[in-house]
Structures are given as structure tokens and as C-alpha cells.
Design a protein around this ligand. Structure first.
Ligand code: NAD
Ligand code: LMR
Length: 360
């Protein structure tokens, strides 16, 4: 027999619901992959008028899947309706870049979306709202949204760098010849852009049952010269090879981000394991964390208020916690000195640019 879901439904809003990421994301959420197998979800799908009909088609498919956890679906083009009572806001709706563009080229085109949505979240969201911005340029869009929501603590606005984190885990595991569950301690620093710093200087790899520093297992020259640019430019590589911006992997990372934030980075027991709480992770793995772009408290010399990627953990509370004591060790990864400062400088330049456009 199937037991009835035991908890009150949670309200999840997905913007850009008719888009490519939305199509992959909604079904994962409705299946319980984000909030767990006991938590029913109420979905709110926000789209622009031109894409409403397509979003309604997706809602029809959600109904057709007969998900036991799906309590309700509503499709709207009104942010006030979409964010009414929202507890988990997934801000995906924005234009993706195409071949030859950098994510920063989308600042003006997409920045205008996030002010009104931030205001609608401010006015209509539940007190425990958690927001993840996926639409690019994600960090700066999150900054814009937060600035328009003065009544919501800034720590509730985050941007997705979990995709970069997962890419880094996968690349390191492949190089070391181990499973992704045998990798820990990777950090993505800074912007979700080609300037990001995928840092292996505190990473560990499990070899023959024991955890070892990653840079003793893989060649530091490979890490500096191949791994860092590979991860930082993976979005462009996917666009080149796939002919379209990453979608299912981005949706999967957004699920990972919201799940770990809400349930905690130690909550891997239900089989939805995370990098921070791998099923079967040994106690000798040392401290574990994941990466997310969160508002800086001045840690690691990132100016307070910028939304930048850090090593983070969550205990399931309202805010991610930045893990201290993990400054990149340049002596281990030659040639990467200044990379953290450079990605932070890019975030400051993006902030100044959107200020200049009147978006902040
Ligand atoms: P897509 O073009 O397939 O879908 C975007 C959808 O957003 C469209 O249906 C569009 O109608 C909708 N939209 C546009 N403006 C909107 C608004 N104001 N309100 C609600 N909906 C709106 O694009 P996609 O492939 O789903 O990508 C979406 C965004 O996510 C892009 O900006 C892309 O670059 C970004 N992205 C981010 C990451 C990340 O890791 N942070 C990864 C992949 C993609
Ligand atoms: C990605 O990292 O795949 C996305 O941000 C899409 C892009 O433009 O790179």
C-alpha cells in the first residue's frame, strides 16, 4: 500500500515554466526529488503572455503524470499571483545566451525581469521564502531581485553555481578514475561566468578506501591548465556541442541547491544524496560542503552585499552558512593567484553596470 503524504504542501514557483529548464525542472519537483518523498507541492508557473499556452500544455502533462505529491498547479502571467505565498522561488525565466555570447551580454536584456519579480516576492511571498536565481547573469540578477525586496532578508536571495560545482565534481572524478561519490571539498568561487574559480586546493578524493588531497591524486598542472578553464567554460562547450544552453543539468543543479538549502546538506539519507552528504561517505572525509552564490558578509575579502559563490553548508535553516578557513591555496595550484579577486571584480563591474542602467 502507498501511504498518504504526511506533510502540508509547500508552494513552489517556477518562472520561465515553458522554457527548456522549466520543462526538466517541474517534473523533478513534482516527483518529490526536491523537497522529499513526504512533502506535497503546490506549483505556480509564471510565464510571459506569449508563452502562457505552452506553459498550460506543460501543466496538462504534469496532470497526466499523476504525481502523488502534486497537490495543485496554477499557470499565470501575473507575478503577484505566481509569488502569492511562495516558499521556494526558482527564477529561471530569462533569455539564454547563444553561440559567441558571454553571460554578461545578457545583463540589459534580462536584468529588467528581476526588479519586478523581486518586488512581487517582497509583497506576496511567505515569511520563509527561499529564492534561487537561475536566469543569467544569475549572480547579478539575484542582486537586482534582492534590492527590490527590502522586507525580505537578503540572505534569502541566492544564485545557482551548483551546476558549476557538479561539473567540477564530475571532471575531477573522471580524471582521478573514481566515482563522483568519492570526491569532496570542491569549491566554486565568484561569478557564474567564465571568470569563476573552480578550486581544488581543499578537495579530497577517496582512493582505495582512504581520502587523499585531490592535488596529490591528479596533476596540479592539469588542474590549473585544463580543469579550471574546462569547468569555467563548460556552459559554452555545451552550447557549442548541444546547439542549445544546458537544460536538464541546470534543472538538476537547481533541485540540488534548493533541496540542500531546505533539508540541509547532511540530509542525504533518503537517497537524494548530495556532494555534501554522499551516500556512503566515510567519516574520514573531513568537513563537507557544497557551493552556492549567496550574499557576502565580507568573508574572503568579497565586498559585503555582493552575491558571490562560496563554500557553503545548510542545516535546513533560512540561510546558507559560508564555511570559513577555506581560502584557495595558490601554492598548490600554480597560476591561479588573483583568480578569486578577478571574479569578484567582475561582479562589482556587473553591479555598477546595472546601477548605470537604473536596474538597481
Ligand atoms: P528558454 O529560452 O528555453 O526558456 C526561458 C523561458 O523564460 C521562456 O519560456 C520565456 O518565455 C520565459 N520568460 C522570459 N521572460 C520571462 C518573465 N519576465 N517571466 C517569466 N518567464 C519569462 O531558456 P532556458 O534554457 O530555460 O534558460 C533560462 C535561463 O537560465 C537563461 O538565462 C539561461 O542562460 C540560464 N541558465 C542558467 C544556468 C545556471 O547554472 N545558472 C544554467 C543554464 C541556463
Ligand atoms: C550554463 O552554465 O550552462 C548556463 O549558464 C548557460 C550558459 O550560458 O552558459
Amino acid at each position: 500500500t502507498v501511504s498518504a503524504p504526511s506533510r502540508a504542501p509547500r508552494t513552489v514557483t517556477v518562472t520561465g515554466a515553458a522554457g527548456n529548464i522549466g520543462y526538466a525542472l517541474l517534473f523533478r519537483i513534482a516527483a518529490g526529488g526536491m523537497l522529499g518523498p513526504d512533502t506535497p507541492v503546490r506549483l505556480r508557473l509564471l510565464e510571459i503572455p506569449a508563452a502562457l499556452r505552452a506553459a498550460e500544455g506543460t501543466a496538462m502533462e504534469l496532470a497526466d503524470a499523476a504525481f502523488p505529491l502534486l497537490a495543485d498547479v496554477e499557470v499565470t502571467d501575473d507575478p503577484a499571483v505566481a509569488f502569492d505565498g511562495v516558499q521556494h522561488a526558482m527564477l529561471v525565466g530569462a533569455r539564454p545566451r547563444t553561440k559567441g555570447m558571454e553571460r554578461g551580454d545578457l545583463l540589459e536584456a534580462n536584468g529588467g525581469i528581476f526588479g519586478p519579480q523581486g518586488r512581487a516576492i517582497n509583497d506576496h511571498a511567505a515569511d520563509d521564502v527561499r529564492v534561487v536565481v537561475v536566469g543569467n547573469p544569475a549572480n547579478t540578477n539575484a542582486l537586482i531581485a534582492a534590492a527590490h525586496a527590502p522586507d525580505v532578508p537578503a540572505e534569502r536571495f541566492t544564485a545557482l553555481t551548483r551546476l558549476d560545482h557538479n561539473r567540477a565534481v564530475a571532471q575531477l572524478a573522471a580524471r582521478a578514475g573514481v566515482a563522483v561519490t568519492d570526491v569532496a571539498g570542491v569549491t566554486i568561487w565568484g561569478n557564474h561566468s567564465a571568470t569563476q574559480f573552480p578550486d581544488l586546493t581543499h578537495a579530497r578524493v577517496r582512493v582505495d578506501g582512504g581520502w587523499r588531497p585531490a592535488l596529490e591524486v591528479v596533476d596540479p598542472a592539469w588542474a590549473a591548465e585544463e580543469f579550471v578553464p574546462r569547468v569555467a567554460k563548460r556552459g559554452a562547450e555545451i552550447i557549442e556541442v548541444r546547439g542549445a544552453s544546458s537544460a536538464a543539468s541546470a534543472a538538476s543543479a537547481a533541485v540540488d541547491h534548493m533541496r540542500d538549502w531546505t533539508l540541509g546538506t547532511d540530509a542525504g539519507a533518503d537517497g537524494t544524496g548530495t556532494d555534501a552528504a554522499q551516500p556512503g561517505a566515510g567519516t574520514d572525509a573531513g568537513p563537507r560542503w557544497t557551493s552556492a552564490a549567496v550574499v557576502s558578509d565580507g568573508s574572503y575579502e568579497v565586498p559585503e552585499g555582493l552575491i558571490s559563490s562560496f563554500p557553503v553548508t545548510s542545516d535546513g535553516g533560512a540561510a546558507w552558512r559560508i564555511v570559513p578557513g577555506l581560502a584557495p591555496d595558490e601554492s598548490l595550484l600554480p597560476g591561479t593567484g588573483g583568480r578569486l579577486a578577478a571574479t569578484v571584480a567582475e561582479l562589482e563591474a556587473e553591479r555598477d553596470a546595472v546601477r548605470g542602467l537604473g536596474l538597481l
